[in-house]
Design a protein around this ligand. Sequence first.
Ligand code: GDD
Ligand code: MN
Length: 394
Amino acid sequence: MNITSSELAQAADAAVDAAIRPLDLAVVLPTFNERKNVATMIERLEKALEGIAWEAIFVDDNSPDGTSDEARRLSQVDPRVRCIQRIGRRGLASAAIEGMCSTGAPVVAVMDADHQHDPALLPQMLEAIKSGEYDLAYASRFAEGASTEAWGRPDRVKASGLANKIANKVTGVELTDPMSGFFMLPTETLRADAHRLSGVGFKILLDILATVDRPLRVKEFPLNFAARAEGESKLDQTVVFEFLVGLYDKWLGRIIPTRFALFGTVGALGVLVQLGALWALLHLVFAERFVYGNWSESTTFNTANTLAAVIAMTFNFVLNNELTYSDKRLRGFGPMMRGWAQFGVTCSLGLLTNVGSAAVLKTIGFHDIVAVVTGIILGSVWNFALSSKFVWGK
Ligand code: GDD
Ligand code: MN
């Protein structure tokens, strides 16, 4: 930890400042691999928030690049900087919630730590909240006067546009940018409903809007959404997907847990993949002129079906790795191969449970359909439990 003398001088000022004034505002900054953005972020907050007693709370999911270390290094000399380092957890929304619940400040803001959000908006947002006229202030990329030019991602602008329309229907509040990750509200409003937030994915503002029962009075600020300063986005491919998952979690997550629903959906797709692969293998690869004559029809069928099952299993493994367990995603050749093999074993055990329980039910006199469906459900639950623990259990 190298601390320069100018940082030390700054620290002395900050300490005096913090010691004699009650906090006005906490700024929560969820981070994952943002080490290079941390110090510059504090400098910008310092400039933007002159005359306001603030603290910045980095909520870091144990980033491999050492973001937490950097935040702690700064907090040593500046008591306004705090760091929550979460171990074994991932997720922007849950990080934001934890950060917001950890402050004593009466008002709390959430913003990205990658400089895409302009902290110069914070004082105006704070004014709006302190006036008592608004329950929530947020920065919109699509409000009159906003811009997303520097963003350089026209596809995402469009994706957001569509998702926004659905979101407005769901929450009943008309906002130009309900997916925004930059907002401010009285801490008490958040705390009162924090236990009901889903915390899944990264649509935290949407989650708040959909959860708080009374209609919130919202003040919108146009945002010039900047390009990211350092590092890379973690949310790129999954905007729309995460959004749908978030909606599901909100509505049905307590009845059938979100992860299990995803696992089941992937499994159902796997059935289609197996059927498709079997058809393709029989008609294209093992076509009569190649094989029949040497192999019997049943050998051909069984070989093709075994291959089709392995293809489907591989498809399920990849999709579950990308979507169902995206927060614990296995990466790299070695871990992927090991995960694939383990998944093969858990699938086989799931299949035994499936077929076995159906056989038992049928023997004791249940209708075929009841036996088969129960077998599928039991097999899936077992498969889900095993792979959650052994394949993606860390
Ligand atoms: N603690 C934690 N855990 N922080 C995370 C995680 C995570 O799993 N994933 C991302 N972050 C942090 C990043 O480090 C960054 O400070 C902030 O959350 C935003 O992440 P980006 O990866 O930069 O997101 P983006 O720029 O692609 O997405 C932006 O647009 C979305 C709407 O399209 C953000 O503003 C989102 O908040 C917004 O919902
Ligand atoms: Mn970003």
